[in-house]
Design a protein around this ligand. Sequence first.
Ligand SMILES: Nc1nc2c(c(=O)[nH]1)N[C@H]1C(S)=C(S)[C@@H](COP(=O)(O)O)O[C@H]1N2
Ligand SMILES: [Mo]
Length: 232
Amino acid sequence: MDGAPVGRRVFLGLLGAGAAGILWGSNAQRWLEQRVGPYLAKDGTGLSALLPIGRFRIYSVTGSMPHRGHGEYRLRVSGLVDRPLALSYPELRAMPPTGLTRDFQCVTGWRVFEVQWKGVRLADVLERAGVQESAKALRFRSFDGTYTESLTLKQARRDDVLVAYELEGEELSDAHGGPVRLYVAPMYGYKSIKWLDRIEVTDEVVPGYWEERGYDVDAWIGRSNNRDDNAP
Ligand SMILES: Nc1nc2c(c(=O)[nH]1)N[C@H]1C(S)=C(S)[C@@H](COP(=O)(O)O)O[C@H]1N2
Ligand SMILES: [Mo]
């Protein structure tokens, strides 16, 4: 854990700043996310960090806020592929974009209505890498060094699964997992890994960070984790 420890006073200060940000509008929101994001508060468990910024809560299991600039960013695709990739940010941007507007739901109960996402379809990235016959699943890694996620190949090829670089019409902030994160629209938020670093194409599903801690690997909204009450 290399996040800065946050004292109660600072935390309350951030809450106040967050509330003010809502009043100032989206520019202030963005400023807040970039500037005060590194001082994320840890909750009682020490596992997750959250702050009410904008309409989202900001989660980071490491309690830190990794940063990678557009210039140095690469999305690596390796494993059971014909052409391993290291896609730069401009290369991703040059691929055909897809926009999606959907509710964003965390399995713990909070929900953000009608969030606008933009990115490239994960299916297109996989197509570019040339997935081999024996492949069955994907393993995702974050440059926070800890978080992982998984999808079956069938899930990954859905039209509503994006390698996302924009949120609400703006480049993804560090807080929301920029410059590039996964966005798995039909599943709970924990599948949407932030600070996406690497995709490994594998022959079996390897459960991700929260899945090793009890959450369902198939995280369909409304159909998993005994949360049918949240069905859309
Ligand atoms: N790397 C990383 N990705 C992550 C998480 C995390 O802690 N670390 N939390 C997940 C969970 S549980 C949710 S609900 C969403 C929250 O996205 P947000 O922080 O942009 O609101 O990110 C998901 N992706
Ligand atoms: Mo979540």
